[in-house]
Ligand binder design. Structure first.
Ligand code: JFZ
Length: 416
């Protein structure tokens, strides 16, 4: 396994919660960010979205405020998704936001707005590029069923594309100040796929580490040793994750409010606020981060359904963020009671008991007899009575306590 340097993950495992933003031309058809692929749309037919992209209600300050209020401490935005469209004023292609009716570098405005709210900056950069003239046909290319590889690949050269990526990554990591996260996406090695040889991943990662020492890079370059974080996607591992050598790994799950990443107008699979909060708790209780996605509309705002969920986070985090920041999994040997999760802050030696279902009377805490010093509802700091001897916290909990107050804070005496 190569040694490609490491990023600084201390802030990352403390902060735990970030906002993913998928925003590109696919917000116009508004039926999934992969439609160029799924509907096999040609470059020519996709062009209309570029010609008409005009986010007249774009207000990055409102995005940043919503993220800050939701308790999100970093964000990762698609500077370029698989469609190849660039959200910044790059020198290396005309297929960029400044040439649409938008007419300006929107990435810069997003970065400025989030920084002003004290939120760390992350860039998603797609390795896949369905627009670039050097990107060759493969199993996920939109044109895969329409044209032969021989014909399509004539004059195309992946080496030039790899250089293009290095040039663009250099722009992104040079012209926008300190960047905290770089999220490459994604490799699919094997027959008719693409991997580290296509991306020239070794050169790419060395460039990234040189330009932004400390930056956190994901693990999608198909190059063992190059990443700082594992990135399970739309699935929450049921316990911690380990790295390529079997050691506990830093990981970040990414999740959506509705299923698709890009804005999808007619999607009906929206998660409830309660589910969203439980997702966050699940990730942290298993020692991971949550990167929660929003897909702004083509007019540039975050729609009411997504805002409602962000507000749900805000409402909960206002009172319960102490059970998230600085927290991770509980020490081994203390399994959470049924329907509950633990998060644990090793600095303060406080254990947080998150009840996903009403415990209507007592909650038994396995193996914690004699170890709990005090118990309170986190949201309002009200005492919860206990019976030490039988290891239980007693309920003065009842069903009129609001849902956002289902987290208990337990200062504990645990071996650290
Ligand atoms: C990728 C993108 O294709 C998708 O549009 C979105 O941006 C998401 C965050 O990332 O999707 C993936 C990438 C990797 C896997 C699955 C979906 N994977 O490794 O299983």
């Amino acid at each position: 396994m190569g040694n490609y340097g490491k990023g600084d993950t201390a802030w990352f495992t403390h902060d735990r919660f970030g906002m993913f933003i998928h925003w590109g031309l696919y917000s116009m058809p508004a039926r999934h960010e992969w439609i160029r692929h799924t509907e096999e749309i040609s470059d020519g037919d996709y062009r209309i979205y570029f010609d008409l992209f005009d986010p007249d209600l774009f207000d990055p300050k409102a995005w940043a405020r919503a993220a800050r209020e939701a308790g999100m401490k970093y964000f990762v935005i698609t500077t370029k998704h698989h469609e190849g469209f660039c959200l910044w004023d790059t020198k290396y292609t005309d297929y960029k936001v400044t040439n649409t009716p938008a007419g300006r570098d929107l990435l810069r405005e997003v970065v400025d707005a989030f920084r002003a709210e004290g939120i760390r900056v992350g860039f998603y950069y797609s390795l896949i590029d369905w627009h670039h003239p050097d990107f060759t046909l493969d199993k996920i290319h939109p044109m895969r069923n329409k044209i032969s590889a021989g014909e399509f690949n004539k004059g195309r050269d992946m080496k030039r594309y790899a250089k293009y990526m290095r040039d663009q990554v250099t722009e992104l990591l040079t012209n926008y100040g300190k960047i905290d996260v770089l999220w490459f996406d994604f490799s699919y090695p094997g027959e008719n796929g693409k991997g580290h040889l296509d991306w020239e991943s070794e050169e790419l990662i060395r460039l990234v580490r040189k330009l932004q020492p400390g930056i956190i890079v994901d693990n999608r370059l198909d190059l063992p040793g190059s990443g700082d974080i594992l990135t399970p996607e739309q699935f929450t591992p049921d316990h911690g994750m380990v790295d390529e050598e079997g050691k506990p790994a830093v990981w970040e799950g990414c999740q959506t409010f509705s299923g698709s990443w890009g804005y999808f107008r007619d999607e009906t699979s929206w998660k409830s606020v309660k589910m969203c909060i439980e997702m966050l708790v699940n990730h942290v209780s298993r020692g991971g981060n949550l990167l929660m996605n929003v897909g702004p509309t083509s007019r540039g705002y975050i729609d009411a359904r997504a805002m409602e969920r962000l507000a749900g986070y805000a409402d909960w985090m206002k009172y319960n963020s102490r059970s998230i920041y600085g927290c991770g999994a509980a020490p081994a040997g203390f399994p959470a009671p049924p329907d509950c999760r633990y998060t644990y802050n090793p600095e303060t030696n406080r254990l947080y008991l998150h009840c996903f279902a009403w415990p209507f009377k007592h909650v038994h805490l396995p193996n914690l007899a004699g170890k709990v010093k005090y118990a309170q509802l986190l949201a309002d700091g009200s005492e919860i009575r206990r019976r030490e001897a039988v290891n239980e916290v007693h309920s003065n909990l009842n069903s009129t306590t609001p849902d956002n107050a289902l987290t208990l804070e337990l200062p504990v005496l645990l071996p650290q």
